[in-house]
Design a protein around this ligand. Structure first.
Ligand code: NZQ
Ligand code: ZN
Length: 383
């Protein structure tokens, strides 16, 4: 095992903590508050942010859409250049945070910023970012990843740079009270699949990463359904919020093999058909587990036993049961798991494979064993 680990994002956790952002952003900063479609204006978060920054010089950019677009982000870059903005505050979910990360890099980029995604051009500088998280799901609030879409070409591509890692993130679970049930479910499923992409590979003996991952899976399985049954239970909301952050902040993935094939297929499904990010993951993951059951056998059996308490001795039957339990868990938070639930059919398979090929994603997974043929078969089986 070999890794270096640092997570420089300061987490400010708890109720009423939005007020503290005034101490995190330099007094002299020209701040651009970046947000999405306006939910923060209806639920009081906008007001809390405005009150907290009453002594700062503040500008605003709204309209970052779910699955943030390059086109919208570039309008923010123009505003930044016009007003010499030097600090970005993202107030929203993964889309607003990811959009802000791209904006932060693009504002300092020499050349065509889309190259950061399309050609993996290096990000050498970026504006500092702070975050007020409104939707626990992606982990974007304390990682260095961002996923941005180009609308005119149906591209949805990730980039990573330590330069765009947020300086701080406020996690006040009160803000999740206005989330529609669909977005709550998205958050639970996205966090769960993030853990799975880093855990369900092969046996490597890194016990700390495994046990932390299993702790997060247990928490999501226990408290995911409870957030619907007990919407006023703040502890449940706080557990989910912290789980989602911990699921993708570098800790459980340090020094271990990682998969991410479910995510890459899912991103293409979103780019082509507009499904929410987590909706695509719930469709792909069970079939990917099934398709890779030989390569992942040892870890699938560990998952079956430790997460679901499956005692079946026949290995294949135990893996079948673990996959069924996984799908049933998604259903328990009202998350559909089939393409046909969205009126999509097996034509999706060829269309997604064409996109994967165009994006060079022809050998996915921890052992580069998810070929285009396997991706096609996974999607055909997901109808
Ligand atoms: O636009 P606003 O008004 O903010 O409304 C949003 C949006 O419509 C709404 N919402 C957010 N907080 C709310 C709220 N509504 C009421 N009350 C609140 N407190 O929810 C809707 C969805 O928001 P979005 O940010 O799109 O959701 P999510 O956090 O699931 O982010 C998804 C994006 O993140 C990317 C996905 O691909 C997708 O583009 N990901 C980013 C990752 C990362 N940076 O590490 C990893 C993930 O795997 C993922 O790929
Ligand atoms: Zn995800």
């Amino acid at each position: 095992m070999e890794f270096s680990f640092v997570n420089p994002t300061k987490i400010i956790f708890g109720q009423g903590q939005i007020a503290n952002i005034q101490h995190e952003i330099p007094q002299s900063a020209k701040v651009l508050v970046i947000y999405g479609g306006g939910s923060i204006k209806q639920n009081g978060i906008y007001q809390q942010v405005t009150d907290a920054l009453s002594e700062h010089q503040v500008f605003e950019f709204s309209g970052i859409e779910p699955n943030p677009s390059y086109e919208t982000a570039m309008r923010a870059v123009a505003q930044i250049k016009e007003h010499n903005i030097d600090y970005l505050l993202a107030v929203g979910g993964g889309s607003v945070i990811d959009g802000t990360k791209f904006i932060a890099a693009a504002a300092k980029f020499d050349g065509e910023p889309w190259d950061i995604l399309a050609k993996a051009a290096e990000v050498t500088d970026a504006l500092p970012i702070g975050v007020v998280l409104t939707l626990p799901a992606t982990g974007s609030e304390s990682n260095s990843y961002s996923v941005v879409s180009k609308l005119d070409t149906n591209d949805k591509l990730p980039f990573a740079s330590e330069k765009v890692q947020p300086k701080f993130a406020v996690l006040d679970a009160q803000v999740t009270k206005t989330l529609p049930e669909r977005q709550l479910a998205n958050g639970v499923v996205d966090a769960f699949v993030h853990v799975m992409e880093q855990y369900l590979t092969f046996d490597h003996g890194a016990k700390v990463q495994d046990r932390f991952a299993e702790g997060l899976l247990h928490t999501l399985i226990e408290d995911g359904p409870r957030v619907f049954a007990e919407p006023d239970n703040m502890m449940v909301r706080e557990n989910l919020m912290w789980s989602a952050t911990m699921a993708l902040n570098g800790l459980i993935g340090a020094g271990v093999p990682q998969d991410w094939s479910t995510h890459m297929l899912g991103h293409e499904v979103t780019a082509l058909y507009g499904l929410d990010h987590a909706q695509t993951l719930a469709i792909v993951l069970p079939r990917m587990m099934n398709a890779m059951r030989q390569q992942k056998e040892a870890k699938l059996l560990q998952y079956a036993e430790r997460i679901w308490g499956i005692t079946e001795q026949d290995k294949n039957l135990a893996i079948d049961q673990a996959i069924e339990k996984t799908e049933a868990f998604f259903h328990s938070v009202n998350m559909p798991t089939r393409l046909s639930d969205y009126q999509l059919d097996e034509k999706v398979a060829d269309a997604v494979v064409e996109q994967l090929e165009r994006h060079g994603m022809t050998e996915l997974g921890e052992s580069q064993q998810v070929t285009l043929d396997i991706s096609r078969a996974v999607l055909k089986a997901s109808v």
